[in-house]
Design a protein around this ligand. Structure first.
Ligand code: HEC
Ligand code: HEC
Ligand code: HEC
Length: 417
């Protein structure tokens, strides 16, 4: 064998050995317990604190959206829910299950201390010292003040416990490698008291609300799809993730750019336009937002909260990025008549009216009971015109005439059963 070949052979052998060593290293190191204690904290139990926690849990962060199944509304039990199958997202991140966070002591978080729950929410570290995959939005929750995070804990303690064992999440090899080499790691330990600006209609409170309390930053910021990290320099400039695609939703959309860019989105909206869009889903051009933007829950935001976010977003540098308009899934495009009406109802009406029109927290009206008072024409006209004073959006510019017919036919079909 020539000398050159022998050298090449040794280099190859060394590379293979290195690769093997790396694989073995990742295998043994990726879920090394996080070496930090849980903070010692105690949540107050007065009714104002619990109400604040409930507001954050149901209306702003909507923890139930991921942690409940079915996730009908804020009253759905967070006993474990959504499956996030990220095996084909980017390089493949694995499969994750939103966990049972009811105070059940065997399958939920009933045996966790207030400090341990706080640490899971703000630092992404579980009671068993393993890190949470950042599907759980710790990038933003880390900024919650002690008062607010303990309010969430106080509220969770009041939820009825439900026994439901959720399967363990299964990070892919790629995710394990990211964890081994600290590309993905828990948030830094919080060892000092965390405060928040005083609540009120100020840009300063708006920044706190939009990032740590309201979830706006989570959905409206671009994320690096190779590392699952957010691009800190372009927060609020629009998401790189399409909401609804991995869930098989009938409608899919991107979180839009909500920086004040001239002639784009909120750049040419006034405060009234902004408030209407955020709390009732109606854009100034009378189109209705896709409910992946949780406007149905944001109707419970206070006037000061919305004003604060508006003032804060206005204070940001414009940054031009446009997100594609929402689109319907293939199923919707192929369906006809009542079948299409059902899918359109799921896409557009279900967040406020419940899956089968039986009511949901944003509006408890039961469509199954009321529709008999309206004839076909009235029903179609009502859906087109909405009832803006009650925050029922007007769908005239969002659903065309045959789509309105199909939705009305679907609502009618309940009576015939
Ligand atoms: C976008 C979806 C999503 C939202 C919103 C969300 N979570 Fe989670 N959460 C998850 C997922 C997924 C996990 C599990 C991650 C893993 O297995 O690594 C999790 C884990 C947790 C855990 C750890 C439980 C355990 O047994 O390990 C707690 C506690 C928790 N979430 C509380 C909350 C609270 C409180 C909120 C609202 C303030 C919230 N979550 C909002 C997706 C979400
Ligand atoms: C769970 C994800 C999610 C959260 C949380 C969220 N949004 Fe959205 N938002 C979206 C999506 C998706 C759209 C696009 C909807 C569409 O295209 O119809 C959107 C659209 C908007 C729009 C309309 C922009 C335009 O140009 O039409 C505004 C304004 C807005 N969001 C503001 C906010 C604010 C303020 C918050 C926090 C209080 C927030 N959003 C929280 C997902 C979210
Ligand atoms: C943001 C929440 C919201 C969404 C989304 C929504 N609605 Fe409504 N809807 C309401 C509210 C609020 C009322 C008024 C309830 C009342 O009278 O108290 C209402 C009332 C109605 C009524 C009349 C009930 C009655 O007794 O007069 C019909 C019919 C209806 N909605 C159909 C629809 C359809 C179809 C869609 C989807 C295309 C839809 N709604 C989407 C909030 C919503």
């Amino acid at each position: 064998m020539s000398r050159a070949l022998r050298i090449a052979g040794s280099i190859l052998a060394a590379l293979v050995a290195l690769l093997l060593a790396t694989l073995i290293y990742i295998h043994f190191v990726w879920d090394k317990p996080v070496d930090r204690p849980a903070p010692v904290m105690t949540a107050p139990h007065d009714s104002a604190t619990i109400a604040r926690g409930e507001h954050i849990f149901k209306d702003t962060w909507q923890c139930w959206r991921c942690h409940a199944s079915p996730a009908t509304d804020g009253n759905s039990s967070p006993s474990g829910g959504r499956v996030f199958d990220l095996r084909s997202r980017g390089p493949g991140f694995g499969i994750y299950y939103a966990r049972n966070i009811t105070p059940d002591s065997s399958t939920g978080i009933g045996s966790w201390t207030d400090g341990e729950i706080t640490q899971a929410i703000r630092e992404g570290v579980r009671k068993d010292r393993h890190m949470l995959f950042p599907l759980m939005p710790v990038d933003w929750l880390k900024g919650l003040s002690d008062r607010d995070v303990l309010a969430v804990v106080a509220y969770i303690r009041t939820i009825p416990p439900v026994t439901n064992r959720v399967p363990d999440s299964e990070p892919s090899f790629f995710s394990r490698a990211l964890m081994t080499f600290h590309v993905l790691e828990p948030m830094p330990p919080i060892t000092r008291p965390v405060g928040a600006p005083p609540p009120g209609p100020t840009a300063e409170y708006g920044r706190y609300f939009a990032t740590s309390v309201g979830g706006c930053a989570e959905c409206h910021s671009p994320r690096n799809l190779q590392t699952a990290r957010f691009y800190e320099d372009s927060l609020f400039a629009g998401s790189t993730i399409a909401f609804g695609s991995e869930q098989g939703d009938p409608i899919v959309s991107y979180g839009r750019n909500i920086r004040p860019v001239k002639d784009l989105g909120i750049g040419h909206w006034n405060e009234e336009d902004f408030t209407a869009a955020v709390t009732s889903g109606m854009r100034p051009d009378s189109t209705v937002l896709d409910p992946h933007m949780p406007y149905a829950q944001f109707k419970f935001l206070s006037g000061d909260e919305v004003r604060a976010v508006y003032l804060f977003l206005r204070s940001l540098e414009p940054m031009g990025r446009t997100a594609p308009a929402p689109w319907y899934s293939v199923e919707v495009k192929q369906a006809k008549g009542t079948e299409r009406g059902k899918l359109l109802f799921r896409a557009r009406c279900q967040p406020c009216h419940g899956l089968e029109g039986t009511g949901a927290r944003p509006t408890s009206v039961r469509l199954t009971e009321v529709e008999s008072s309206m004839d076909d024409r009235d029903l179609k006209d009502f859906i087109a015109a909405g009832q803006l004073n009650l925050k029922m959006p007007a769908f005239r510019k969002t659903l065309d005439s045959t789509e309105l017919d199909d939705v009305a036919a679907y609502i009618r079909s309940w009576k015939k059963q």
